[in-house]
Design a binder for this molecule. Structure first.
Ligand code: PNW
Length: 462
């Protein structure tokens, strides 16, 4: 048995647009994802989030599923346009009430709420009128929205996450254009990344100055990163893997933990990388009480020496030219339905890399999981591949802890099958199967497996 530390936070995660539905109900304003889904060809099968899992109307039933698994914590996001339909000024009382009810229900069932303030559903008005994350003013709008949430929910919410995966917002939203708002640019991602960091820092300052002393919660950020393993032990490839991790994770983590962008980015991006003022640097430095990490997969990295292979593996397109890194997978690696390789040791190496570079911060894995083409038979879903994935990655987490990583918790992505962004409903990440016609939920075998892991506070050795 591989046992986890006492008080390890066992959780599961979701996000507002992916599960709530009720997209145009109870005073909610449209988000950039509501709009993006209406553009032909952007989302598989023309799927949209208007109904999704209908969690907005089935919230209590879903909390009961969490309770049945014995979850200690549940990470969800607040939809900014449900709280502020046009992104600023006016606050929607019905939106506040929904999250009040959810938080109260969780606490009644003994489940700790972990709240993400931004999981990509930007109020559409801020995109149309203000250019969204391209406009430096957005940091002020985000701070105002965050303040409303701290003031209203902070008596009960003790873990806040400002932003989910700024890398995805910047690269997929503004570089590759595969996610909302669908832009293709070589310079905008770095402006967007910069403004995301500024917005994070201002929200954290707001929490610390106005709320933290009496509410006594913690606030952090969630960054996503795959592991990059050098393809060979040649020093050029070792350097390429390091550079790839810097462009992926250190882009956001270095300003927060070390006070500046990585030198590799400064050197390679020139004027495309904005600069922080001294005041912004001070605000950013130390602005996360914990390191939230979303991790799914691993690829090899090799120095491209100007011969970039574009488009062969996910991640090779877009802005890879800035890094001059070629990515590849071992053909023997198993792949999930997303085409993402299952490589548990990459998770252990990434946790060690973070612990080493940032002086062993408290880390929470705020997402880890996998999609498979689950099919119910006689009302049951026997998702053995998902169980194997979780077993592999949790064993890797255990090893990382033994080697010194301060990993304090783990959130399985996801509680439910849901709207998987540009992949629509086709890609199922849930511990619970959702029939998108009837909206019935069925616990998969993995939900039962996870329940036992939580109960035992550990998993069986490989
Ligand atoms: C994360 N990539 O998204 C998100 O936080 C979740 O909302 C999402 O459902 C989950 O992972 C599974 O995809 C990502 O292409 C989306 O590198 C794409 C990438 C990474 C993370």
């Amino acid at each position: 048995m591989n046992n986890f530390p006492e008080n390890f936070t066992w959780g599961s995660a979701t996000s507002s647009y992916q599960i709530e539905g009720a997209a145009d109900e109870a005073g909610k304003g449209p988000s950039i994802w509501d709009a993006f889904c209406t553009v032909p060809g952007r989302v598989a099968k023309g799927d949209r989030g208007d109904i999704a899992c209908d969690h907005y109307h089935r919230m209590r039933e879903d909390v009961a599923l969490m309770k049945a698994m014995g979850l200690k914590a549940y990470r969800f996001s607040i939809a900014w346009p449900r709280i502020m339909p046009s992104g600023k000024d006016q606050v929607n009382a019905e939106g506040l009430k929904f999250y009040d009810d959810l938080i109260n229900e969780l606490l009644d069932q003994g489940i700790e709420p972990w709240v993400t303030l931004y999981h990509w559903d930007l109020p559409l008005a801020l995109q149309m009128e203000e250019d969204g994350w391209l406009n430096g003013e957005i940091a002020n709008y985000f701070e105002s929205y965050a303040r409303v949430c701290f003031a209203r929910f902070g008596d009960r919410v003790k873990h806040w996450i400002t932003l989910n995966e700024p890398w995805v917002v910047a690269i997929l939203g503004y570089g590759m254009g595969t996610f909302a708002p669908g832009r293709n640019s070589k310079s905008e991602p770095y402006v967007v990344g910069h403004n995301l960091l500024r917005a994070h820092a201002q929200a954290v300052r707001c929490y610390r100055e106005e709320f933290q002393a009496h509410q006594k919660g913690l606030i952090g950020i969630t960054l996503n990163c795959d592991w990059r393993e050098p393809l060979t032990d040649k020093k050029e490839d070792v350097a390429a893997a390091q550079r790839a991790l810097e462009f992926f994770l250190a882009w956001f983590a270095d300003p927060i933990y070390l006070g500046q962008y990585p030198i590799s980015m400064v050197d390679r991006l020139g004027d495309r990388l904005p600069q922080f003022t001294e005041e912004e640097k001070d605000l950013l430095m130390g602005s996360s009480d914990f390191f939230g990490l979303n991790h799914y997969t691993t690829l090899f990295a090799a120095d491209a020496r100007g011969n970039l292979e574009v488009g062969s593996v996910y991640g090779n397109g877009g802005l890879s030219e800035d890094q001059d890194v070629n990515l590849s997978a071992d053909p023997n690696w198993k792949k999930t339905a997303m085409g993402w390789a299952v490589v548990p040791w990459g998770c252990q190496k990434l946790l060690a890399w973070i612990s080493d570079r940032y002086d062993a911060p408290d880390i929470y894995i705020t997402e880890n999981g996998c999609a498979y083409a689950d099919v119910p038979t006689e009302g049951k879903v026997q998702d053995d591949e998902r169980i194997a994935y979780y077993e592999g990655y949790l064993n890797a987490c255990h090893e990382a802890i033994e080697k010194g990583a301060q990993l304090k918790g783990y959130f399985a992505w996801s509680l439910l099958d849901n709207f998987e962004w540009a992949s629509g409903y086709d890609k199922r990440f849930g511990l619970h199967y959702v029939d998108f016609d009837t909206l019935e939920r069925i616990p998969k075998a993995s939900a039962d497996w996870y329940k036992k892991a939580i109960e035992a506070n550990g998993i069986k050795d490989k």
